[in-house]
Design a binder for this molecule. Structure first.
Ligand code: ADP
Ligand code: ASP
Ligand code: MG
Length: 416
């Protein structure tokens, strides 16, 4: 008998029929003698619908109220799943994040989990109940409902698994694992049987939305065995077969010794680039430009500063496209004094494409192969950033899919 956490995404919970299938699958695991905690997302489209309602009322909704609103999607799905389990004879109980409690900081719409109380959940499990906990939400120190950022149910699930010291966290979704790239963009993408934790962390942070990045951080920090697998298979398929399907995030350093240099290609469509022109080239400039952005909790990704000419330089960085206007707003006051007659220019039609693989550590020439492939397609590179196991380029958004396909082929990721 083991304690196992299941997470079901929006598509998996997308209709009452699907929820009944989830109940059958969960019941199968419970019947096999396991203690099961389930963390579902809102039904597909629901979070977008709720956020859309807020936008119909105001262009700049108050983040606290947005969380109050968006968190309701998950409350619907936990209750429906509890009912579906009860309807097939299982004891099940659902909880909202605050009832557990999943404690977070107060950064509304992108809160971070600080602690999770396991007492109530453990007592229910010991009493033979299946426990269902809302994904995506928590509660801050003042009792306000918070949410963890889009895709945050993954993080809820892995954090709950870590807090309960579960044997495994199974992330059920609408694909049957982690692929070499998004299978919706490249049809010959291949499923990976395993992916190292480091690679998954890079892929998630570079835009592969199959797992939210913080869920991967939790998996790494707590060494939680985490598997991504399909919820769209027959819910009554043999448990052994299901338990070994999908993609396991591995913590073994040598998993990829025999494999290709590049494991996958990630991309993020929604990037924006900001250039501050004619900045005096002196100490403290980067801090003066980026400090207010960090304070506003906006994540800055790529950064370049040009060679200075006559004591002046251009300073360019990228932010998520959704935060572009806010970044310009918070920067405005301080930076204007700094640049005098200089200008701030922006581009919101840029995307980032990255190649990822631990094999890069021991192979040279990956960057040149990447740049050659892009040049053969006539794609101009606007910015480059690298780490030990990834190379990212910023390009015009209209070439993003072309770049992903060309790189997938050039690195032989379509070959088994
Ligand atoms: P859920 O609602 O289950 O959380 P998401 O839509 O958040 O599902 O994530 C699953 C989707 O992630 C897939 O449908 C796929 O289009 C996308 N995706 C992006 N990159 C990858 C990848 N490398 N491997 C698998 N899926 C990916
Ligand atoms: N429902 C939330 C979202 O759509 C959380 C999640 O699905 O993981 O982002
Ligand atoms: Mg998701």
């Amino acid at each position: 008998m083991a304690l196992i956490v299941h997470k079901y995404g929006g598509t998996s919970m997308g209709s009452t029929e699907r929820i009944k299938n989830v109940a059958l699958r969960v019941a199968k695991w419970h019947d096999a003698g396991h203690q099961i905690v389930v963390v579902p997302s809102a039904m597909s489209g629901e979070t977008n619908r709720l956020l859309g309602l807020a936008k119909e009322i105001t262009a700049q909704p108050d983040p606290r109220e947005l969380d109050m609103l968006a968190s309701t999607g998950e409350q619907v799905s936990v209750a429906l799943l509890a009912l579906a389990l009860q309807a097939i004879g299982k004891q099940a109980v659902s909880y909202a994040g605050w009832q557990v409690a999943i404690k977070t900081d107060s950064a509304h719409t992108k809160a971070r989990i600080g602690s999770i109380d396991d007492v109530k959940v453990k007592a229910d499990l010991d009493a033979g109940r299946i426990v269902i906990i809302t994904g995506f939400q928590g509660v801050d120190g003042e009792g306000n409902i918070t949410t963890l950022g889009r895709g945050g149910s993954d993080t809820s699930a892995v954090a709950v698994a870590a807090a309960l010291k579960a044997a495994e966290c199974l992330i059920y979704t609408d694909v049957d694992g982690v692929y070499t790239t998004d299978p919706r963009v490249v049809t010959d993408a291949r499923r990976l049987r395993t992916v190292t934790f480091e690679e998954m962390l890079e892929m998630a942070s570079l835009g592969s939305k199959v797992l939210q990045i913080r869920s991967v951080e939790f998996a790494g920090n707590y060494r939680m065995p985490t598997r991504v697998l399909s919820s769209l298979t027959d819910p009554l398929m043999p448990l052994e077969e299901e338990a070994n399907s999908g993609t396991l995030i591995s913590f073994e350093e040598d998993t990829h010794m025999e494999q290709a240099t590049i494991t996958g290609i990630a991309f993020s469509r929604d990037e924006a680039k900001i250039t501050v022109m004619s900045v005096p080239d002196k100490p403290g400039i980067a801090f003066q430009i980026l400090g207010p952005i960090a304070e506003a909790n906006i994540e800055v990704d790529m950064i370049i500063q040009n060679q200075s000419v006559e004591g002046k330089t251009d300073f360019t960085f990228t932010v998520p496209r959704g935060e572009y206007d806010k970044a310009l707003r918070v920067m405005d006051a301080g930076v204007k004094d700094l640049i005098g007659n200089g200008k701030i220019v922006g581009d919101t039609k840029v995307s980032k494409v990255s190649v990822v693989g631990v094999g890069m550590r021991s192979h040279v020439g990956i960057a040149s192969q990447m740049f050659r492939t892009l040049s053969e397609e006539g794609i101009n590179i606007l910015m480059i950033s690298t780490s030990e196991i990834k190379i990212s380029v910023l390009i015009d958004e209209k070439y993003m899919e072309l770049a992903v396909r060309a790189l997938h082929k050039a690195f032989g990721l379509d070959q088994a």
